[in-house]
Design a protein around this ligand. Structure first.
Ligand code: NAG
Ligand code: NAG
Ligand code: NAG
Ligand code: NAG
Ligand code: NAG
Length: 561
């Protein structure tokens, strides 16, 4: 039984409710200030703050590069009105009016007029397939910069409502454009979580050409394979062929789909929703300044601390060579006691700023050691800012989960996946990595300085995105508002690739509705061929795996005796 209230009890209750209602009406609770504080308020030292401000300035200035260095490739800046919008933001900032009510109004107007108004329905098919991520991050960098400086880390209360609306509209642009694009190109920086990402695509029900055990997820016809090693050097040393051995040679992909338009048309016609590219970015064949992402796709990248990437990469190659040789003496003779000079010849791209090389196209990928510098860092940062999603593998699962759930509508996150473990793999092959890693590893770590600059900048972009996503999450935004997202948990088939669920659509399609996703269950000839080849390769690997396991067991029982 509920306790009965007497008359004065009711009066008290009523007045409490009225009081609460009136407080609620007169001031919206601040959602943005605590997030700003959490994400950007913790730079303890003056030096850290200076570095952060420098990175924010870089993000603010990247759209401007497009009208200062015309050859730069920033497709969103070619959209009508984009350059004027960027110029208006820059001049407001110069006048100390960034984050003013006029500034907020200008941002909201640009995104709502160009991309989408907030709706809980399916987005219309006709709209732009451009969410302006570089401009969006410029906007957020201006906001954070003025919060750190002019506002002295306290967001004025009177801006809260309008800013909240602006956050929701920028998220809406992202969400709607993801759905309109319908195909993800994931740029797989080797040894930065790429196979886990592909595995996640499978767990979220995306359609790819093939999912096999190593989770590479490429479209075979695109030839997006790695070219890590100098095969001639290896042959000279060992007399053997090596996998991945075309560094410095194949300067053009072996494919009929070289341009972004061709790549998009092929992927769309096949109905693929997901693929990975582990080689390098696109176009700019003769002019590396004009290399970039293909704006037709929903572009995702995972970055990782370059030193960790390097170590993991070296271990992986060493492991694979031991496995491939099936000859312990040859293996030991080739890799024992090596140093950076050996790796400079054998795997130049691995040990000299691999992230930049991947992002800057085939010319730079195959350029000699030591030939990259500040201009390459600047170009790679400009490309990074254009990604629809940037994920940092070093962030904890909570941050990554949030990006995956709100950013792609994937409830099945990396948290669920544990694909590769070099320690386990090494134990299995009786391999002690320490004996075979270059003796001057520290020198090689130092040489990743350029990649490190890109990475530090990338981490700031990740925090700008986290600001957007954590605020809209608090405001109740959902990736698929017309569905009960929570109910998709545990059901990859229901997820249907999250925001990409409506599948690809050709640019010249005249259908008024979304193309019925007839591809969903059809297995085309390309998929069939890739899958058959996958089964054969898996059987071979399994047979050799059995042999190795038997050997390992024999070794263990030898030791036990
Ligand atoms: C959003 O709504 C406004 C006002 O109704 C309209 O002018 C604008 O075109 C809409 N934006 C889009 C992208 O449909
Ligand atoms: C690859 O190694 C061979 C043999 O050491 C060398 O002659 C060749 O120049 C190397 N290739 C490149 C692109 O550096
Ligand atoms: C390119 O297309 C031709 C004609 O269809 C085909 O014979 C050839 O194998 C294709 N090349 C590649 C690399 O797929
Ligand atoms: C590898 O070679 C080095 C140098 O010749 C030798 O000292 C070492 O014992 C060898 N290790 C194995 C596992 O054969
Ligand atoms: C779109 O254009 C391509 C050629 O660029 C053509 O092959 C295709 O049939 C067209 N699709 C539609 C739906 O019109």
């Amino acid at each position: 039984m509920a306790p009965a209230l007497n008359a004065s009890g009711y009066a008290l209750l009523l007045s409490i409710i009225v009081l609460q209602l009136s407080m609620f009406a007169s001031c919206t609770e601040s959602v943005i200030q605590p997030k700003l504080q959490k994400l950007f308020g913790t730079a303890q030292t003056a030096a850290a703050q200076t570095k952060l401000l420098a990175m924010l300035d870089m993000a603010i200035n990247i759209p401007k590069l497009k009208f200062e260095i015309l050859s730069y490739r920033i497709p969103e800046m070619d959209e009508p009105g984009a350059a004027d919008f960027a110029k208006a933001l820059i001049s407001m900032a110069a006048a100390g009016a960034d984050c003013s009510p006029e500034w907020i109004a200008a941002v909201r107007k640009y995104f709502v007029l160009n991309v989408a108004n907030i709706t809980t329905k399916l987005p219309n098919v006709w709209g732009k397939r451009q969410a302006f991520p570089a401009l969006r991050r410029m906007v957020f960098a201006q906001l954070v910069k003025s919060w750190l400086t002019r506002m002295q880390r306290q967001l004025p209360q009177h801006l809260e409502d309008e800013l909240q609306q602006m956050f929701l509209e920028l998220y809406e642009a992202h969400r709607v454009v993801a759905t309109r694009k319908g195909i993800m190109e994931y740029f797989h920086i080797s040894k930065a979580g790429g196979s886990s990402w592909c595995h996640a695509a499978k767990n979220n029900g995306c359609r790819a050409q093939i999912y096999e055990a190593s989770f590479v997820c490429q479209i075979k016809q695109f030839d997006d394979n790695v070219r890590w090693l100098n095969g001639s050097f290896h042959r000279g040393l060992t007399g053997r062929y090596t996998r991945w051995g075309t560094w410095g040679r194949a300067i053009r992909r072996h494919t009929n789909f070289t341009t972004c338009t061709q790549r998009h048309e092929f992927a769309a016609l096949m109905g693929y929703q997901y693929f990975s590219n582990e080689y390098t970015l696109h176009e700019g064949f003769d002019d590396p300044e004009n290399v970039g992402i293909c704006p037709q796709f929903f572009n995702v990248i995972i970055i990782r601390n370059p030193r960790k990437r390097l170590l993991s990469h070296l271990k992986f190659v060493i492991f694979q060579m031991k496995w491939d040789y099936e000859d312990d003496k040859l293996f030991n003779r080739t890799y024992w006691g090596t140093d950076s000079r050996f790796w400079d010849k054998f795997g130049p791209v691995l040990v000299d700023n691999y992230m930049l090389r991947g992002m800057l196209g085939e010319k730079v990928y195959h350029a000699p050691i030591g030939s990259l510098g500040a201009p390459e860092v600047a170009r790679a940062c400009a490309i990074l800012q254009q990604y629809d999603l940037v994920i940092d593998l070093e962030e904890g699962h909570d941050v990554v989960d949030q990006v995956m759930e709100l950013g792609v509508g994937w409830p099945h996150t990396l948290r669920e996946i544990h694909d590769k473990d070099s320690a386990k793999a090494g134990a299995w092959l009786n391999l002690n990595y320490g004996d075979y890693l270059p003796r001057d590893l520290d020198y090689l770590y130092d040489r990743q300085k350029l990649d490190m600059e890109l990475y530090i900048f990338g981490r700031v972009l990740v925090r700008l995105d986290a600001l957007l996503l954590s605020v809209v999450k608090s405001l109740g935004a959902k990736p698929l508002p017309w569905l009960d997202f929570d109910r998709l948990h545990g059901n990859p088939h229901a997820t249907l690739c999250g925001l990409l669920r409506l599948g690809p659509r050709l640019p010249n399609s005249t259908e008024e509705r979304w193309m019925p996703n007839e591809f969903q269950s059809r297995v085309n000839a390309e998929m069939q061929a890739a899958r058959q080849a996958g089964v054969v390769a898996a059987a071979e690997r399994a047979a050799r795996g059995d042999a190795w396991r038997a050997l390992a067991l024999a070794r263990m029982s030898d030791r036990a005796q």
